[in-house]
Design a protein around this ligand. Structure first.
Ligand SMILES: CC(C)(COP(=O)(O)OP(=O)(O)OC[C@H]1O[C@@H](n2cnc3c(N)ncnc32)[C@H](O)[C@@H]1OP(=O)(O)O)[C@@H](O)C(=O)NCCC(=O)NCCS
Length: 166
C-alpha cells in the first residue's frame, strides 16, 4: 500500500469496491458503451489486478490490468493490457490518474524483471484526444493498430509502450 502526494491512498481493489467501480464506469464510460457490469466483475478475475485510489474513504478512481502469468513463465515475455482507467468526474484533473498509472507501471516493471520482452497496451477511443494526450505523458504511443470499435461506434485505437526502459 502506498500514499500519493495529493492525500489519497492507492490500494488493491477488493470486492467491496464493486459498487464504486460500477458507478464510476457509468459516469465516465457510458458514451462508449455499458461497462457497469464487466469492469466491477474483473474484481473476481484471478489474472486481473485492480488498483483503486481512495480519498477519505471515497473511491476516486481505478485502474485494471491483465497479463497472462503462464505466458511469462513459459516464454519469459510479459504482455500486459490495461483494461480500464477511470477517475470520477469530481476528482479528474487532480493527478489521481497520473498517480495510479505510475503505480501500475511500477508494479508491471517489477513483474517483468528478467523478462526478455515486456510491454503494455491499452485502447482509447479515436474521439478521446484528451485521454490520448494523458497516455502520451505516461509514455504510451499510438502504434497504428486498431481493435475494432466500442459499442457506441468509436474506433478503438491501440497505444503501447515498453516496460523494459524508463
Ligand atoms: C483520463 C483519466 C484517467 C486521467 O485521470 P486524471 O486524474 O483526470 O488525470 P491527471 O489529473 O493525472 O492528469 C490530467 C490530464 O488527464 C486528462 N484528462 C482530464 N480530464 C479528462 C477527461 N474528462 N477525459 C479525458 N482525459 C482527461 C488530460 O490529459 C489532463 O491534462 P490537461 O488538463 O492538460 O488536458 C481521467 O480523466 C478519466 O477517467 N477520464 C474519463 C474516462 C477516460 O477517458 N478514460 C480513458 C480512456 S479508457
Amino acid at each position: 500500500m502506498s500514499f500519493s502526494d495529493i492525500g489519497g491512498k492507492i490500494r488493491p481493489g477488493v470486492i467491496y469496491d464493486y459498487f464504486s467501480i460500477s458507478e464510476i464506469s457509468g459516469e465516465v464510460f457510458s458514451i462508449y458503451g455499458d461497462y457497469t457490469g464487466v469492469l466491477p466483475n474483473y474484481l473476481l478475475a484471478e489474472d486481473v489486478d485492480t488498483l483503486v485510489y481512495e480519498v477519505e474513504g471515497d473511491v476516486a478512481g481505478f485502474i485494471q490490468v491483465y497479463f497472462d502469468r503462464e505466458e511469462l513463465k513459459e516464454t519469459g515475455e510479459l504482455h500486459a493490457d490495461i483494461l480500464s482507467a477511470a477517475v470520477a468526474p469530481r476528482h479528474q484533473g487532480q493527478r489521481v490518474g497520473s498517480a495510479m498509472f505510475k503505480h501500475m507501471l511500477q508494479h508491471l516493471k517489477k513483474k517483468s524483471a528478467g523478462a526478455d520482452r515486456a510491454d503494455v497496451q491499452l485502447t482509447v477511443a479515436h474521439t478521446n484526444t484528451r485521454a490520448m494526450a494523458f497516455f502520451r505523458r505516461m509514455g504510451f504511443e499510438l502504434d497504428g493498430r486498431e481493435l475494432g470499435r466500442y459499442s457506441e461506434g468509436q474506433r478503438a485505437l491501440v497505444m503501447s509502450r515498453t516496460l523494459l526502459e524508463d
